[in-house]
Design a protein around this ligand. Structure first.
Ligand code: ZN
Ligand code: ZN
Length: 305
């Protein structure tokens, strides 16, 4: 045990580490409501306040539309087993095709979003999206899932992405976490998507371990610390935060791929949310942009960064 007052050189309390689970599936019945609450709390920031309050309402809509939606269909058990044996994600986002439960989710979400206060250009984009042909909506869905959103249509894609988050989280929640296997660095073991950020958790039995958070389905997967979540390098890793930061939101930067993803110290503050706190720490992205580092995370609420 360290002497009282002795500096702590080791940021990872090894003694606390138990064997963490490989993955934790999302709880869509709670996740979006908690995120809405977190956005509302973070909206104390005067610069970002209107946008954070808008996102709080969007997350409120993501929560509110779930009641009464039919269960999201899972792939057949054989297909899930085959994906597992090939180290592939069972709900591969790159192969997702629209189906009736997603269509219902999207329609409900767009109707709920129409009651949210937002700037005129966003409201116009939403109106256009609500009246778009299914083929047009499907193209936007594809662009979101391929991380290929055109800059001139970011607002409309944000709404599609929010509906996809609900659908993928509801589907992921029905999987068996024990059946998941790693599918590669920087890829969610459920849907194959990139992380939005990573969390050092304070969970009992896994205190101090790190989990990547999926931007799409909300699954958390265990990933060793001091290792690039984008390319897997364990060399050239360093941490940056804004001057005077509280040490709870940092960027984990990698000299090998020149990318970074934020790491949130949730063990110090359990309220931290992988999506909301990523948006609210935009100042850190602006700081890192000047260094030429590439933002490697995906966050549908931070399109264009
Ligand atoms: Zn995922
Ligand atoms: Zn890297």
């Amino acid at each position: 045990m360290a002497e009282a007052g002795a500096p702590r050189h080791d940021p990872i309390p090894i003694g606390d580490m138990a064997k963490p689970p490989f993955a934790r599936l999302p709880e869509p019945g709670r996740m979006f409501a908690r995120r809405a609450e977190r956005f509302r709390f973070l909206a104390r920031d005067p610069d970002l306040k209107p946008y954070l309050l808008f996102l709080a309402d969007i997350c409120g809509a993501q929560h509110g539309i779930q009641d009464g939606l039919p269960a999201a269909p899972l792939p057949a058990a054989e297909a899930i087993a085959r994906a597992r044996s090939h180290g592939m994600p069972p709900l591969d986002r790159s192969r997702f095709a629209s189906e009736p439960v997603f269509d219902a989710t999207l329609a409900r979400f767009l109707a709920a979003a129409a009651t949210v206060a937002m700037p005129e250009p966003a409201a116009a984009a939403l109106q256009e999206l609500r009246h778009a042909e299914p083929a047009g909506q499907a193209l936007m869905m594809r662009a979101v899932l391929d991380d290929a959103v055109p800059v001139e249509a970011m607002a409309a894609h944000l709404f599609v992405a929010a509906a996809l988050q609900v659908h993928f989280a509801r589907t992921a929640a029905r999987l068996d976490a024990a059946g998941l296997v790693p599918v590669g660095d920087g890829a969610c073991p459920v849907c194959g998507g990139p992380p939005v950020s990573s969390l050092v958790v304070g969970w009992q039995g896994a205190h101090g371990t790190r989990f990547c958070a999926c931007a799409l389905c909300g699954t958390l997967w265990n990933y060793v610390r001091v290792k690039c979540t984008l390319c897997g390098s364990t060399k050239g890793i360093s941490y940056r935060e804004v001057e005077g930061g509280a040490g709870i939101v940092k960027a984990e930067t990698c000299d090998i791929c020149r990318g970074y993803v934020k790491i949130l110290h949730q063990h110090k503050d359990p309220a931290l949310d992988p999506v909301a706190d990523d948006v609210a720490s935009l100042g850190l992205d602006l700081l890192l942009r000047e260094t030429g580092l590439r933002r490697g995370a995906a966050n549908p609420f931070l399109l264009g960064y």
